[in-house]
Design a protein around this ligand. Structure first.
Ligand code: SF4
Ligand code: SF4
Length: 171
């Protein structure tokens, strides 16, 4: 199931990427609260099609950024000091000025179940991903240009939103 989902996603991404990225570019400056009902419908459709437990691709190929609060919370949960935690698993990325994972897949992903082993205390970045309904939309919509490559739910949401916008124009 998991492999099927990601294989299907890879094909769909190749087929749709140019058009969807252009669609995002055309809308990233004007997207607003007026689009909220369509975005909510599009997100609902995406989650009807995609189950994160069949995927976990974000945990396999991307890294979250860890805030100071994340590092303190997770290291306490793991009974480590923040320094030990950073030394064992993280690296400081100068470009983004963030702590990120040293390796991928994420060390906290259970590859058999696709579940996060620190789910209750996971980084805020993970809890918020894939930012489909984050406000203001303008601050997050452009991120989907990158995320449609890795996240099947994001691609399904953008595809449906594009379809709904077309219908809205015709009405
Ligand atoms: S901390 Fe958990 S949710 Fe975040 S990337 Fe790692 S496995 Fe995934
Ligand atoms: S958020 Fe996206 S990439 Fe991550 S598990 Fe869910 S569908 Fe897959």
């Amino acid at each position: 199931m998991a492999n099927n989902l990601l294989r299907h996603h890879a094909k769909e991404f190749q087929k749709n990427r140019k058009r969807l990225r252009q669609f995002i570019t055309r809308n990233e400056d004007t997207i607003s609260e007026k689009d909220a009902p369509l975005l909510a419908d599009a997100e609902k459709t995406a989650w009807e099609k995609v189950n994160c437990l069949d995927c976990a691709n974000c945990c396999k190929v991307m890294t979250p950024t860890y805030t100071k609060a994340d590092i303190e919370r997770i290291s306490t949960y793991l009974k480590m000091t923040p320094t030990e935690f950073k030394k064992k698993w993280l690296v400081y990325e100068r470009e983004s000025r963030s702590w990120v994972n040293k390796s991928r897949p994420c060390q906290f992903l259970d590859l058999k179940t696709n579940k996060c082993t620190i789910y209750e205390v996971r980084p805020a970045d993970c809890a918020g991903f894939p930012h489909l309904q984050k406000r203001p939309f303008k601050d997050y919509f452009y991120l989907h240009k990158q995320n449609i490559e890795y996240c099947p739910a994001t691609m399904e949401m953008v595809k449906k939103f594009e379809e709904l916008k077309k219908q809205q124009k015709k009405a």
